[in-house]
Design a protein around this ligand. Structure first.
Ligand code: SF4
Length: 431
């Protein structure tokens, strides 16, 4: 039997107990939404292991997160790579393909921000609605659509429901937690101030949960502009021009910055999010007085524990080891990877590469410097003589096999063992 959902059930997922579908007997169309997998975990486990596991990385973990070989020593951060949300999203995507071999399976866009993983899904025939030539309007009730780990906007969800598609929802529980807080702010009449990237899928999805009143601030300097407006007012139009893409429709800074609730994209730099929350707290207190705080200010730290753990681990690694350089692996559009690179770049030469192929040779590395929009090639990046101490971490959307391939490549280059090393294939890196 087909199960239909009400509008509120679709848009208030954070507060509803997720519903498990009926067991699928293969004789009829399955229920329309899957939120707890598709009962095929064991059947796809070996494919996932083949695609993303690394024996070398497993061995290094057992060996105290250190890999010593000739003049090279690699120190892995104690927390790195796939987080629980990504693990689950990728698992569900593989289960979906297995469960619906004869139906078109779509993703709304990248399932996670890792080109290698997205390419692997494409290779299984999963289509991306974000690709040229694809259209949501062409979807039919026979199509299956996977929602990514960072969620989709309420508008997208409603549009998919209207098309009658079967949905496989992999939205991470930590993202749902942010939505819950943002909705609570909205219910209390507060404007959500979201520390995040307004162009990022997760922040767009979170903003759509704010019932129409939100402001997205990217960093301290944008927070400073908003805080000054709270304190002293200012040029309303200049404010709206400055945040044109980062506020809700009809936003009025004179009206909508009087009661605010802070939240953040789950993958931001934790220390910066806390600082921004404190900046807004101070601005509201200065404008309205401490006695008004309970009525005008809310905050809830919504950095996810996986992001926090990876940031803490890399900070610990930098404190514990004398490193020559740091390599951070992850998609260039991965927010959590970028923030790991930011932490490292403050301390030592850091190379954020999107894939093992970024290490072209001991003479050349293709990477994206912190603060740059472009990938660049840097020469003479690896010390040619003497011992080399390399720190390594990877973003929450980077599988272990890529980490293992990077270590193998470093080993080859540092110790000049020669020979071609297998590098997991993918399409060319964006330039
Ligand atoms: S980074 Fe955090 S919020 Fe995002 S998928 Fe992973 S665990 Fe979930």
């Amino acid at each position: 039997m087909t199960v239909r959902r009400s509008t509120s059930e679709l848009t208030n997922r954070g507060t509803c107990e997720p519903r498990n579908p009926e067991p699928y007997n293969g004789s009829s169309l399955p229920p329309l939404i899957f939120r707890k997998g598709l009962d095929l975990k064991h059947e796809v486990a070996h494919v996932l292991a083949e695609s993303y596991h690394s024996d070398l990385v497993a061995q290094i973990k057992e060996n105290g997160f250190t890999h010593a070989s000739g003049r090279l020593t690699v120190y892995l951060a104690r927390e790195f790579g796939f987080c629980y949300g990504v693990d689950r999203a990728v698992d569900y995507a593989y289960q979906t393909r297995k469960r619906f071999p004869d139906r078109e399976v779509y993703l709304t866009g990248e399932i996670i921000h890792n080109p290698h993983v997205n390419d692997q899904l494409r290779a299984q025939g999963i289509r991306f609605l974000s690709d040229a030539g694809e259209s949501l309007d062409a979807l039919t009730p026979n199509d299956v659509v996977i929602l990514p780990a960072f969620g989709v906007t309420v508008e997208m969800l409603m549009a998919l429901d209207k098309r009658g598609c079967t949905l496989v929802d992999t939205t991470c529980g930590s993202v749902l937690n942010v939505w819950k807080n943002v909705r609570r702010y909205a219910d209390e009449g507060f404007t959500s101030v979201i520390h995040g990237k307004y162009w990022h899928e997760e922040t767009q999805a979170t903003a759509s949960q704010a019932h129409g009143k939100y402001l997205v601030v990217l960093d301290r300097s944008e927070a400073q502009i908003a805080c000054e407006y709270i304190r002293d007012g200012g040029d309303r139009q200049a404010f709206l021009d400055r945040f044109a893409s980062a506020v809700s429709a009809g936003f009025d800074p004179d009206r909508d910055l009087q009661h605010i609730g802070c939240a953040n994209q789950t993958t931001m730099l934790s220390s910066e999010s806390l600082e921004i929350g404190e900046m807004f707290r101070a601005a509201v207190a200065e404008r309205f007085g401490e006695s008004e705080m309970a009525a005008r200010y809310r905050a809830f730290d919504t950095i996810c524990s996986a992001t926090q753990d990876r940031q803490d681990a890399v900070i610990a690694l930098l404190a514990e080891q004398q490193l020559d350089l740091m390599i951070v692996i992850g998609g260039y559009n991965s927010s959590n990877t970028y923030n790991l690179a930011r932490i490292c770049a403050e301390k030592l030469p850091t190379f954020h590469i999107s894939e093992p192929g970024g290490i072209v040779s001991g003479q050349e590395i293709r990477h994206k410097p912190v603060g740059s929009k472009q990938e660049v090639t840097t020469g003479k990046w690896l010390p040619a003589t003497g011992s080399i101490r390399v720190g390594l971490t990877s973003g929450a959307s980077t599988p272990d096999n890529l980490v293992g391939a990077v270590i193998q490549r470093l080993d080859e280059l540092a110790n000049d063992v020669g020979g071609e090393l297998p590098i997991p294939s993918r399409s060319p890196a964006p330039r």
